[in-house]
Design a protein around this ligand. Structure first.
Ligand SMILES: C[S@@+](CC[C@H](N)C(=O)[O-])C[C@H]1O[C@@H](n2cnc3c(N)ncnc32)[C@H](O)[C@@H]1O
Length: 268
């Protein structure tokens, strides 16, 4: 496979390497027409998650950020040409052994290493529903998953050429330093009562903080979120244009399949 720059690999050829809650691959066809007008700009994703959007769009330059430092460590190691050499099998005993090893690295302050990235990948593919959850002590506590068959990748070098022109940063969205012309695509955790992608829930104050932060950006902004009344009112009150979308059917926490109503809020 071509390991050259972002321009040489077609959008969508490299699949998101991790399972990630709230992945927006389905949204890429809606985002592309908006992005195409600005495709020479830098793409900034303050909530990059599993990179479904960046890999679907393939910008030449990007700043991809997320609060989850393990996710960002993984992408930074992939950028360096990660090749995983630990045992990876869909086996319960091995899963808990590797989970203990990963947690020992966290206890030792060695979470930003290639070894932690390899273990994080294995736990993500093998653990329950690809969840990323930590206990109060900050230790990864997702149980073994229930997949029939898992395909593991060891060699991430096909991604590294593309990732070389992308910058990965861990932290809260408000800490990002963004040039005026950047194109921001923001995909925060949905505005729903029980959402927790990381140790710290993204609450209503965060949604309001984000809306005002996005409003302060001088360049183009696209935000996606659940179409709740208060989200629509919030973005309308800040002069964003609202587009309504029908999202893919998702499984709710009660196991019921519900159609998700989504919005895109646009500015600039
Ligand atoms: C809906 S997911 C993004 C999914 C991503 N667009 C994709 O396609 O995979 C939301 C992300 O926001 C991150 N997050 C939560 N709170 C945050 C904060 N305060 N600042 C930055 N990222 C945050 C979570 O770790 C999670 O990865």
């Amino acid at each position: 496979m071509n390991t050259g720059s972002a321009e040489k690999i077609k959008p969508g050829v490299l699949k998101p390497p991790l399972k990630w809650a709230g992945g927006k691959r389905w949204l890429v066809p809606h985002l592309l027409p908006l992005w195409n007008n600005y495709s020479r700009r830098r793409l900034v994703e303050p909530f990059c998650g599993g990179l479904a959007v960046a890999l679907g769009i393939m910008p030449a330059e990007a700043l991809l950020s997320d609060l989850n430092e393990h996710l960002i460590n993984f992408f930074n190691r992939v950028k360096e040409g990660l090749v995983i050499d630990i045992s990876m099998e869909n086996d319960e005993k091995l899963y808990y052994t590797q989970r203990t090893k990963f947690n020992q690295l966290l206890k030792d302050g060695r979470q930003n290493t290639a070894e932690a990235a390899g273990l994080f990948y294995y736990l993500n593919r093998t653990g329950y529903n690809g969840l990323c959850r930590f206990n109060r002590k900050g230790l990864f506590n997702v149980p073994f998953g229930s997949y029939k068959k898992i395909t593991y990748r060891r060699d991430f070098r096909p991604y590294s050429g593309v990732f070389k022109s992308w910058c990965f940063q861990a932290g809260d969205f408000e800490n990002l330093d963004i040039e005026k012309t950047a194109f921001i695509y923001a995909d925060p955790p949905y505005d729903v009562e029980f959402t927790q992608y990381s140790e710290k829930a993204f609450n209503w104050e965060d949604q309001v903080r984000l809306a005002h932060w996005l409003h302060g950006h001088r360049g183009p902004v696209v935000l996606s979120n659940q179409a709740t009344g208060r989200i629509i009112d919030l973005y309308k009150s800040l002069d964003f244009k609202i587009h309504y979308l029908q999202g893919p059917r998702r499984i709710s926490c009660t196991g019921e399949r519900t159609p998700a109503n989504e919005i895109l809020a646009l500015r600039g």
